[in-house]
Design a protein around this ligand. Structure first.
Ligand code: HEM
Length: 415
């Protein structure tokens, strides 16, 4: 107990070189929930680090709600109302919002992108590999998911650079290289009613408005058309604000996450050449491998909850209103769930990881899309390369929210 007291998961220095795996191991070994103090105006949070305890939190949205937001930033009622998307909604309204969109994200629905994804992967890898030495993030990982998004939103490829930039500026809110304004900058007060307190959010809203204007009342099948023309199962139409926040969620949710999973996976295969060799010999094992890519990468550290009542949890008294943080990345390395959790094993089966959440109502809507993107990218990449080496240091995103890599210089030798 005392040895874990000094661990503060609010301290971004702990995340400077990627995930604090050792701290997570120590926290899981301790018997109680762990408290981290935060600088004002935030008030600290409880951390849940064991797999089965995280599942308990995710499955009980009545006690551990997402309504009071899912990052560590504490927001007031006015901000909640203005910034809420389906991610920060619970109950009937959440189900109605999810129903509106879920038809676009089933495994059957995303299978229609297979041919497009194969072509896109081939072009992305042709261009990158022609260079021999390059930054893997810029040439491969960043471009690919955003081009998929452009396809789903039915917007021109020429918009992708802008979409990447908006995503970086918002999701990198704790990293001075990416954020327009740090959250503790008094200037950011001007943006307190928009997601991530980021001026970029206003640009995304304006971009979404223009798409909505063009598509309202028409019979388009793209995601924007579904948002503006679809019928809500609870009979309550989306407001303009709902459109803004959900459009923005769709723009950011699938990009950083998939990008970082692709980069981590490349890095993990570089560090584990036996796993790369196995997949080159056994390409039919790719589906199980994708699950291990996801578990081992854990690109999202957490989505936090808030206790709605005083509740005793595993011997700890959590008070109503306190923040409770399920650390998915830690749950993915829990030895009570995964044998040799710190080993990358692409044959791991079963592999019930929590990279997309697990079992709760907010379980990632885009998981089938992310899975098909990863499968097609690595099927092609693994078939082409003889050797991939890092030619410089990894540069990690300064964040305890997203486990991200900003740069990864590599040299590729082809088969
Ligand atoms: C490897 C890539 C991805 C990872 C690791 C990831 C991870 C997650 C996680 C952890 C959650 C929240 C789970 C919870 O709080 O219980 C989530 C929610 C969500 N994700 Fe993903 N995601 C990925 C890709 C995508 C893609 C491609 C899309 C679609 C464009 C997407 C759309 C969403 C949406 C809309 C939600 C909110 C669902 C809700 O609140 O009901 N994600 N994702």
């Amino acid at each position: 107990m005392s040895s874990t007291k000094s661990i503060n998961l609010a301290d971004l220095d702990l995340f400077e070189n990627g995930a604090p795996w050792k701290a997570f191991d120590e926290l899981r070994a301790s018997d109680t929930l762990h408290w981290s103090d935060e600088e004002a105006p935030n008030s600290g949070f409880w951390s849940v680090t064991k797999f089965h305890e995280i599942v308990k939190v995710l499955r009980d949205p009545d006690t551990f709600t997402s309504k009071h937001f899912t990052n560590l930033e504490e927001v007031d009622a006015e901000q909640e109302e203005a910034r809420r998307s389906l991610l920060e909604t619970d109950g009937t309204r959440h189900r109605a919002m999810r129903r509106l969109l879920q038809g676009e994200f089933t495994p059957q629905a995303v299978a229609k992108y297979e041919t497009f994804l194969r072509g896109l992967t081939a072009t992305t890898l042709d261009n990158a590999f022609a260079k021999g030495e390059f930054d893997f993030v810029e040439e491969v990982a960043a471009d690919f998911p955003i081009r998929v998004l452009a396809k789903i939103l039915d917007v021109p490829d020429s918009d992708t650079g802008q979409l990447i930039e908006w995503g970086n500026r918002m999701v990198g809110f704790d990293d001075p290289e990416h954020a327009d304004l740090m959250m503790n900058d008094p200037e950011s007060e001007k943006y307190r009613l928009v997601p991530f307190r980021s001026p970029a959010a206003l640009e995304v809203f304006a971009y979404g408005d223009e798409l909505a204007r063009q598509r309202r009342g028409k019979d388009g099948k793209d995601l924007v058309s579904v948002l503006v023309n679809g019928e809500m199962s609870d009979g309550i139409p989306l407001t303009e604000r709902d459109f803004h926040t959900n459009f923005l969620l769709l723009v950011v949710a699938g990009n950083e996450t998939t990008r970082h999973t692709i980069t981590h996976t490349m890095n993990n295969l570089i560090n584990n050449p036996d796993q790369l060799a196995f997949l080159q010999e056994n390409p039919d094992q790719i589906n199980w491998a994708v699950e291990e890519f996801l578990r081992y990468a854990s690109p999202v550290y957490h989505f936090r909850r808030t206790a709605t009542r005083d509740v005793e949890f595993n011997g700890t008294m959590i008070k109503a209103g306190q923040k409770v943080v399920p650390w998915f990345a830690s749950g993915n390395r829990d030895s009570t769930m995964f044998e040799n959790p710190n080993k990358m094993d692409v044959t791991r089966n079963p592999n019930e990881h929590m990279t997309f959440g697990r079992g709760g109502p907010h379980m990632c809507l885009g998981n089938a899309l992310a899975r098909i993107e990863l499968r097609i990218m690595f099927e092609d990449l693994i078939g082409r390369v003889d050797k991939v080496e890092r030619t410089g240091d990894l540069d990690f995103l300064r964040s305890n929210f997203v486990h991200g890599i900003k740069r990864m210089p590599v040299k590729v030798t082809l088969r």
